[in-house]
Design a protein around this ligand. Structure first.
Ligand code: NDP
Length: 243
């Protein structure tokens, strides 16, 4: 069975990506950290689609033991389910000027975004290498390309994933696996709640925040078999804010 694993699939961009991959015929494994209700809603929306199916898989991407135990167990118990597509989407931000940033703010943002990418991908990669096929898409950020004040932790984490995307793409290209990143600008989700769209509109050539579905569309493209000659690329989805 063709599967796609989406970390942080319970809300926002992750949910839209899950729905997109379900449309493409994937059995979607929806990871989440704690919000079972929202994760359940994602699954329900997938099941409402014709032929759509998936399942929930709770683990904390910031906890390598949890990834090893829960995802490792799932892989061992489901030899018939082949993860062809991995979308590393789970992420958090915890902003503050560096001079005031607490150890915990640095550690948690790095652990969730960067370590989560590493431990999840390493675990899934084994199966992709054996099948000689895979699509890995990492959700990074404008912040990782440009750097944003108040986000030294988040910018560092996302820039780290961009570097790893380019390195891994070169390691596994010959095995039929592509590794790309998608870098959204301002997208309307829980993460950007409280950020004034009207205030920032003037800076964005397209004059609005983006939608989770617009990000999911790009992820779907990179996840498709036809995108097999694109790897190590970072695709910005930011309404022209930065290139
Ligand atoms: P949301 O805050 O709306 O959703 C975050 C998702 O990540 C939830 O599903 C949440 O699960 C999950 N998550 C958080 N921490 C963990 C963890 N430790 N383990 C597993 N899952 C976790 O975020 P967005 O949809 O806005 O963001 C998705 C990705 O896009 C992130 O990587 C973010 O950095 C990136 N991004 C977002 C932008 C935006 O403007 N929104 C801009 C640029 C990048 P749960 O529901 O269980 O808490």
């Amino acid at each position: 069975m063709k599967c796609a694993l989406v970390t942080g699939g319970s809300r926002g961009i992750g949910r839209a990506v899950c729905l997109k991959l379900a449309d493409m015929g994937y059995h979607v494994v929806i990871n989440y950290k704690g919000n079972e209700t929202e994760a359940g809603k994602t699954l329900l929306q997938i099941k409402e689609k014709e032929g759509g199916n998936g399942e929930l898989l709770r683990f904390d991407v910031a906890d390598k033991e949890d990834i090893k135990n829960k995802l490792g167990e799932w892989i061992a118990k489901n030899p018939d389910k082949n993860i062809e597509v991995l979308v590393n989407n789970a992420g958090i931000k915890d902003d503050g000027l560096m001079i005031f940033m607490k150890d915990e703010q640095w550690d948690s943002v790095l652990a969730t975004n960067l370590d989560g990418f590493f431990y999840t991908t390493r675990m899934v990669l084994q199966g992709m290498l054996m099948k000689k096929y895979g699509r890995i898409i990492n959700i990074v950020s404008l912040s990782g390309l440009k750097g944003l004040p108040g986000q030294t932790n988040y910018s560092a984490a996302k820039a780290g994933i961009i570097g790893a995307t380019k390195a891994l793409a070169q390691e596994v290209g010959r095995k039929g696996i592509t590794v790309n990143a998608v870098a959204p600008g301002f997208i309307k989700t829980d993460m950007t709640e409280g950020i004034d769209e009207k205030e920032l509109q003037g800076l964005i050539p397209i004059k609005r925040f983006g939608t989770a579905e617009e990000v999911a569309h790009a992820v779907g493209f990179l996840a498709s078999p036809e995108a097999g000659y694109i790897t190590g690329h970072v695709l910005s989805i930011n309404g022209g804010l930065y290139s």
